[in-house]
Design a protein around this ligand. Structure first.
Ligand SMILES: [Zn+2]
Length: 190
C-alpha cells in the first residue's frame, strides 16, 4: 500500500489524532492508515511515543515440550473428523517484571518437572477426545489411553488446557502455543 503524507491521511480526524501524529513516525502513520486510526494498537503506540504511557518491561522464558497425541473433531466436515495424530510441540511462556533471587523468571528444570511431566502423563500418546464422542465407550472398553475434554479437542482447546494447568500450579504463565504441525499453531494467552 502506498504511504501518503500525514496531511492527506489525517483529513477529517480529531484533534487527538493530530497531536499524536506530531510524535508518530511516517512508517507508523502508514500502519495506522492500514489498521485504522482508532485501532488500540495505533493509539497505544502513538501515546507511548508521546510519552503519555510508561512502557512495561518484562522478562520472558519459554520452554518447548514435545508430545504425540491423537484426536478427532465432532460436528466438523473436514479431514479432522477422522481419528488421526500429531507430533505436537508446546511452547510454554512465563513472564515476570522482576527476577527471583536466582536471577530467573522461573527455573527451566521446574517447568520440566511439573508441566512437561504432566503432559507426558496425561496427554502424550493418548487420544484426546470430546466427552460426547460416540465411540468413547468402545475405545474405553478396548483399554485405549484417553484424555477427555468437555469440548472438541482442537489445538486451541488443548493450548488452553495446558495454560490452565500451569496457572493452577502457580506458574506466572503468559502464553501457551500449541504447534499442531510445522505450519500451524494455536495460542492461548492472558
Ligand atoms: Zn488434528
Amino acid at each position: 500500500m502506498e504511504c501518503l503524507p500525514w496531511q492527506e491521511i489525517s483529513a477529517g480526524q480529531g484533534s487527538e489524532h493530530k497531536s499524536l501524529a506530531e510524535f508518530t513516525p511516517h512508517a507508523s502513520l502508514c500502519e495506522a492508515k492500514r489498521v485504522g486510526f482508532n485501532s488500540p494498537r495505533f493509539l497505544h503506540s502513538a501515546r507511548m511515543q508521546r510519552g503519555s504511557l510508561k512502557e512495561e518491561k518484562m522478562y520472558r522464558v519459554t520452554r518447548q515440550i514435545f508430545f504425540c497425541y491423537g484426536h478427532r473433531l465432532l460436528d466438523y466436515e473436514g479431514k479432522c473428523r477422522n481419528f488421526h495424530g500429531h507430533n505436537g510441540k508446546v511452547e510454554v511462556e512465563l513472564e515476570a517484571e522482576t527476577l527471583d533471587g536466582r536471577g530467573m523468571v522461573y527455573d527451566f528444570t521446574e517447568i520440566k518437572s511439573v508441566i512437561k511431566d504432566w503432559i507426558d502423563e496425561k496427554l502424550d500418546h493418548r487420544m484426546i477426545l470430546n466427552r460426547k464422542d460416540p465411540l468413547l465407550g468402545a475405545l474405553q472398553k478396548a483399554g485405549e489411553p484417553l484424555y477427555l475434554m468437555d469440548e472438541n479437542p482442537t489445538a486451541e482447546a488443548i493450548a488452553r488446557l495446558i495454560y490452565e494447568y500451569a496457572l493452577s500450579k502457580g506458574f506466572p504463565i503468559s502464553e501457551v502455543r500449541l504447534w499442531e504441525t510445522d505450519e500451524s499453531f494455536a495460542t492461548y494467552h492472558r
